[in-house]
Design a protein around this ligand. Structure first.
Ligand code: ADP
Length: 553
């Protein structure tokens, strides 16, 4: 057994900083390969249970959830890549109930992004009543039945006639979106990555790159049995006969980067900025639905995969939220996205600590880090930038308000402070000189102690809304951007305050509504008209040139 280790980089009081030990990550059989290789590339070392103390690690990353005992026994310097209680978001039936509850509590107007859903068998009669109403219409719609607990398209069926509905276990039956956005006649959906660094106070970041996953047979409602035409899961389409063929517009394979789709849409006159803002809003509203019921736990984070389907009027619909989104690398698109994504997750959850503990200062000369620093600079991708309402990172404890600037349209990440590279962040967000280290160490010590006690409280799975000490960092403003991650919640001073101590969901909804109506005004003022865009897009599909590009970027 080795000796107990301090958090990497913490020396004795008044000692000059020493070369810090490498941070250590722990894995098991389920840890994705890309996570391990990125951590090694960043100069971390792998935990070895035979030669190291049981607590001698900083980050444990695995695919399934951790048992509660693991959360309880966490040391203050350790982090887990899962938060307890997030199945409320990631089980299809729980998510449907949560969002329906929010529709009831906050008005149907905000939560319009989930297709009408019934949880079977419990809501079978309600479904039959809705189905019967639908059948009276001249052109009744279609339904999709999805097992509540399965993933990767397994057990899914699409039907119009209720006699084709079959299920054994809990499942959701959902209105089938039969007017999806088609690219070259192929259906697609979007995989959006959201990293929640804390549920209490809620702190969430969206990744400004993602995946577009295509079906590999042309969309055709006359053939509901073709999974290759109706399901966009890569696990299905990878084995389809047309996977390797060069398909109209989308080419070979079944994936694009999200930025490629957005450029494609932008070139065709679609307001990709508006679509992106709607996706960010959908992510915030979904997290807000779940956050109050998620137990408080310290030193953990959750990377979630939101599956979003865009219809042909450019409305995004939430299909589901994935736990441990796939990090396998099956094609070059996967490779280029997922390595960067993991680098940025590590930067997000460990980067700030690295500065305080001095890892960054000690490690910057290593060859591995050189490689990391040479990665393309962030925030310059072609995706339109969220904060339409830009949050400028300032510590609120210093009495500085968030500066919020409205923008009528995306001017590109590089032009905004919210998207600036880490190096140009406000001074108070960084710890750059060694003279600051003793003060920082003291701060870290007290924070670690508080974190520890907060972690212990998670044992009781206290609901986030119940009374209790606020987390140690509740007065600190989260960084507006880390790598390609952009802070989406809190998004201004009011939501920052409303999310401290107890989550004031009502107040936050009010803020969101205010911002939404402001956005709508901006859209109206600038003469944007989604229908016009749609006409232009459809014209293009029919082989005509759009009359005009409605928005210039
Ligand atoms: P899974 O967890 O099995 O992947 P999803 O809910 O993500 O389940 O559905 C799988 C695929 O089915 C989606 O990627 C999408 O292509 C299609 N799909 C799911 N729900 C709908 C819907 N309501 N309308 C249209 N297509 C849908």
């Amino acid at each position: 057994m080795g000796t107990k280790r301090k958090p990497a980089g913490l020396g004795e009081d008044n000692e000059p900083p020493r070369a810090s030990p490498k941070p250590v990550f722990r894995v098991d059989d389920t840890t994705p390969e890309v996570v391990q290789s990125v951590l090694l590339e960043r100069g971390w070392s792998r935990f070895n249970g035979r030669s190291q103390d049981g607590d001698d690690w900083d980050l444990y990353w695995r695919t399934p959830p951790f048992p509660v005992t693991k959360h309880v026994s966490l040391q203050p310097w350790q982090q887990l890549n899962h938060h307890p209680g997030t199945s409320r978001l990631t089980r299809k039936d729980d998510l449907a109930k949560l969002l329906r509850h929010m529709q009831g509590a906050h008005g149907a107007g905000l939560y319009t992004f989930i297709p009408l859903t019934f949880v079977l068998p419990n809501e079978y009669h309600k479904f039959v009543a809705e189905y019967s109403r639908e059948m009276l219409r001249t052109n009744p719609g279609y339904w999709i039945c999805k097992p509540a607990e399965l993933s990767r398209g397994r057990g899914i069926s699409i039907f119009r006639d209720i006699r084709d509905l079959a299920f054994d276990d809990t499942c959701v039956v959902q209105k089938y979106i039969c007017n999806p956005l088609l690219v070259g006649h192929y259906k697609c959906d979007l995989r959006i990555y959201v990293c929640v660094t804390a549920f209490q106070p809620l702190t969430a970041y969206i990744y400004q790159e993602g995946l577009v996953r295509f079906a590999t047979e042309k969309f055709d409602l006359r053939n509901l049995r073709s999974d290759y035409a109706h399901l966009t899961n890569s696990s299905i389409n990878r084995s389809g006969p047309s996977y390797g063929a060069c398909k109209e517009v989308i080419g070979r394979g079944c994936k694009w980067l999200l930025s490629r789709l957005f450029s494609y849409l932008r070139l065709r006159g679609v307001d990709d900025g508006l679509l992106w803002r709607q996706i960010c809003r959908l992510a915030i509203l979904t997290l807000l639905a779940a956050a109050p019921g998620i137990p408080t736990a310290a030193n953990c984070f959750e990377l979630l995969g939101f599956d979003v389907l865009v219809d042909d009027s450019f409305k995004p619909w939430l299909l589901e939220v994935n736990y441990s989104p796939a990090l396998t690398q099956h094609c070059t698109t996967d490779v280029s996205l997922k390595r960067e994504l993991i680098h940025d997750v590590i930067e997000l959850v460990h980067g700030a600590g690295a500065h305080v503990w001095g890892w960054a200062g000690n490690r910057t000369s290593s060859a591995e880090d050189q490689g990391h620093r040479d990665r393309p600079s962030k925030g310059r991708g072609p995706l339109p930038c969220w904060p339409h309402l830009q949050v400028v990172g300032r510590a609120l404890s210093q009495g500085e308000p968030f500066a919020i600037r409205g923008r009528a349209r995306g001017t590109g990440p590089q032009a905004t402070q919210a998207c600036m590279p880490r190096e140009s962040m406000p001074e108070q967000d960084r710890l750059s000189t060694w003279t600051e280290l003793p003060r920082a160490k003291a701060r870290v010590r007290s924070r670690l102690t508080q974190r520890k006690s907060s972690a212990l409280q998670s044992h009781s799975c206290r609901p986030a809304s119940s009374p209790g000490p606020p987390p140690s960092n509740s007065s600190e403003c989260p960084k507006p951007q880390v790598g390609n991650f952009i802070l989406i919640f809190p998004f201004n001073k009011a939501t920052f305050q409303a999310s401290r101590k107890r989550l004031n969901v009502k107040g936050i909804m009010h803020e969101l509504q205010k911002f939404m109506s402001k956005q709508e005004c901006l859209v109206a003022e600038s003469g944007m008209d989604t229908r016009g865009t749609l006409r232009a897009f459809k014209g293009l599909h029919m082989g005509h040139r759009p009359r005009e590009l409605l928005y210039s970027h």
